[in-house]
Design a binder for this molecule. Structure first.
Ligand SMILES: Cc1ncc(COP(=O)(O)O)c(C=O)c1O
Length: 402
């Protein structure tokens, strides 16, 4: 069979239709740019949906991958594996936690954390402690447990019934938090900065009360750092500036340097829950992905990319705020490091398409939010290119009230 050309028509023929793909045939990436096979260059402000933290084609990352691939690509968790040890040690050093469990993706990390929360309660002698809660407007993943904690009807619709004893607390509503949690609560899952939900940050008051109630009712706090973590908001995990110590952290996206990797990172208190055989995965903690993840984390520190996230993020915010003064289409700007959401007056899809026509790739989320998740290595000049493009689109918008 002849290899089909890559275009939206073949996509329609070959795949389930659960993605709206960009009509680009990407040849390769370099730094913050993607290059298509027809020679076009695109500034990538999506970065593989927040995965490619150090941009494309980094030599250190490629070397780590090829060196480990030379040794072995997969041997399974029946073996101890040096790349897993090295990455786990790094994550524990950064976070101050005690133990790591590696899986393959964000949703698997959430799944593991849900299972762990329930088993933690049972092992502590309270089998009635089964309720697992999250916050409205959140996103935790697509598998059944994670989906049951996910807010958007678009993702959940038609898949019911969901996992029992799951529920939601109104975002940043301290009174609702007080109403919903009880001695039956096993865990509360929280994204400190909601990503898919449109870049919304949990308030300090909410976090403070959550911490008090977790102590009172003895439930676990699980921080979903899958999108906001690994340096994107300017600290390695986004909960770090808060006065809180979660019991578990879920990480993924950039963790494997572009290869599939997820993790839960936990305290001593919860570490004993997973006894041999109680949870597992064939591929989780793949050694090539772990080697890549370590190279990526080391590059984040060596290159000062968290500082860059803070500084370039602040520069983008300031420019967007200026832009909002002249373009009424911009309704709100939310920026935490290089996690940026711009609420606009119409479907953000319009701006995604217009930006792509001008060789800049941005993403839409929550219907009317333009989401920017560039590589943490983005330069100010590259950020300026994106800003100039958005400015041009807002200026040229034929009917800004459409
Ligand atoms: C906050 C958050 N949690 C969980 C997930 C699910 O991760 P994955 O797509 O790797 O399963 C995502 C993915 O976007 C996410 O942003």
């Amino acid at each position: 069979m002849k290899t089909p050309a890559i275009n939206l028509e073949t996509e329609q023929q070959l795949f389930f239709h659960n993605y709206s793909r960009l009509p680009l045939d990407v040849g390769y990436g370099k730094g913050s740019f993607l290059y298509t096979t027809d020679g076009q260059r695109y500034l990538d402000m999506i970065a593989g949906i927040g995965v490619n933290a150090i941009g494309y084609g980094d030599q250190r990352l490629r070397q780590a991958i090829s060196e480990q691939a030379e040794k072995y690509i997969h041997i399974s968790n029946l073996f101890m594996q040096k790349p897993q040890f090295n990455l786990a040690a790094k994550l524990l050093e950064i976070s101050g936690f005690s133990k790591v469990f590696f899986c393959n993706s964000g949703t698997e990390a959430i799944e593991a954390a849900i299972k762990l929360s329930r088993r933690f309660a049972v092992r502590n002698g309270d089998a009635t402690k089964t309720q697992v809660l999250s916050l409205t407007n959140c996103f935790h993943g697509r598998t059944y447990g994670a989906l049951s904690l996910t807010a958007k009807p678009k993702y959940v619709g038609g898949f019911e019934p969901l996992v029992p004893e799951t529920g939601m607390i109104d975002f940043n509503d301290v009174e609702d938090l007080e109403r919903k949690v009880s001695s039956h609560t096993a865990a509360v899952f929280v994204e400190i900065v909601q990503g898919e939900g449109g870049i919304h940050k949990v308030s300090e008051a909410f976090v403070a009360r959550l911490k008090e109630l977790a102590k009172e009712h003895d439930f676990l706090i699980v921080a979903d750092e899958i999108q906001a973590g690994c340096g994107r908001t300017g600290t390695f995990f986004s909960y770090m500036p808060y006065d809180i110590q979660p019991d578990l952290v879920c990480a993924a996206k950039p963790l494997g340097g572009g290869l599939p990797l997820g993790a839960i990172i936990g305290t001593e208190k919860v570490a004993e829950v997973f006894t041999p055989g109680s949870h597992g995965t064939t591929f989780g903690g793949n050694p090539v992905a772990c080697a890549a993840g370590l190279a990526m984390i080391e590059a984040i520190y060596t290159d000062g990319l968290m500082q860059n996230a803070l500084e370039t993020g602040a520069m983008i915010r300031a420019a967007l705020e200026k832009m909002a003064e002249k373009h009424a289409q911009i309704l709100e700007i939310r920026q935490y490091g290089l996690m940026i959401g711009v609420t606009v007056h119409r479907e953000a899809k319009y701006y995604v398409e217009e930006a792509m026509k001008r060789n800049v790739l941005v993403n839409a989320t929550s219907n009317n939010v333009i989401r920017l998740l560039p590589p943490l290595s983005i330069s100010r000049e590259e950020a300026q290119l994106c800003l100039d493009t958005l400015d041009e689109i807002f200026s040229e918008e034929s009917d800004p009230k459409a």
